[in-house]
Design a protein around this ligand. Sequence first.
Ligand SMILES: *Cc1c(COP(=O)(O)O)cnc(C)c1O
Length: 436
Amino acid sequence: MSDFVTPGVPADAAELIALDRAHVWHPYASMTDPAPAYPVVGAQGVRLQFADGREVVDGMSSWWAAIHGYRHPVLDAAARDQLDRMSHVMFGGLTHPGAIGLAQRLVAITGEGLEHVFFSDSGSVSVEVAIKMAMQYWQGRGESRTRLFTIRGGYHGDTFATMAVCDPVGGMHSLWADALPQHVFAPRPPGGEDLDPGWLAETRQLLERHRGEVAAVVVEPIVQNAGGMRFHSPAYVTALRKLTTEFGILLILDEIGTGFGRTGAMFAHLAADVVPDILCVGKAMTAGYLTMAATLCTPEVARGVCGGGAGLLMHGPTYMANPLAAAVACANLDLLATGAWREQVTGIEAGLRAGLAAAEGLPKVADVRVLGAIGVIETVGPVDVRAVTEAALASGVWLRPFSNLIYTMPPYVTGAADVTRIAEAMVSGARANARV
Ligand SMILES: *Cc1c(COP(=O)(O)O)cnc(C)c1O
């Protein structure tokens, strides 16, 4: 018998926790003084099964990815079928039906004119690829453009190029001031349905001033996700498309958080009725099964990139277009094509609105907002992560608050009673946060 922990074999929760604390570094976490991590040994539908026997409703969709819940029969079957054919094959010089089928599907459901698909292994890398595409596009036109233009409050990933376009205050730029390229930041779009003329004037002026050096504008349309869970009107996305077209600058939309129905539209760029030059998708693309992302672009961008000195896009992850991930992603997009997600997201939106109203006016609550299957309680000052997490678990719900946000992005298949439970857990979390 091995002395090692074996995946899938029941182990004592306390032992797992001790080994985890000794060896495993968690995201955005200290290794020397780790916060608690709860061992999960199974998941089914919208429920996570903890090693200590507890079963909780998942309010996070595993970072917004598991939109159809866990162990979905169609997705499980797609993964198993592909496993029987091949788990992986290199993508240099070879191709396979999964990648081709997924590219076809992505082209079909995204804005008219996005024709070409570059697969990568995570969202951050897909944004890196988008940035590379934009810079190579300008090289192809005989110009060296390495600056990017974005809005404050964004989040585009944890790699160096993407960190440089994350919010300069909340995005930990201070840690990396000397290592990051300096890009141009426009103000964060204010709330409200109508485009704010002051914002437009300032943003236009800033872009005009830098028009000769900016390769691309990079933004998350409609929802700024990990940068603060803030929503802006589609009118701002439309305005940025107009400005970039006028100044001849590329527009990169990062829909890694907003894509595949989360906001109530299949993609936020479709709700804003714009087509970007380059589009990044990830997270929910494989419905939370495997890591995969994609960067789509127009034929004009592709011609620009390939017309330059290199003549090629210089990127190629080892696990590019992984067949297992592609098979699950195709099955996921076929599930989405049935359209059931629309009613599910609308139902979640209504449930969250009703349930989260109880948080309005609570001490230390600054704002409560809901859009599609996203519910947010914004607090005054940073949340006490531990107090909120424990209060939510006591209500039978898994939440992962951060910064000044208690939020949910539940699986689309979450039923009305469980949505109510998630909202109650968030309100209970806000109350607990007010007490500490
Ligand atoms: C999560 C996210 C990323 C980064 O994706 P990873 O797969 O974590 O690298 C980039 N942009 C947005 C908008 C995201 O939500």
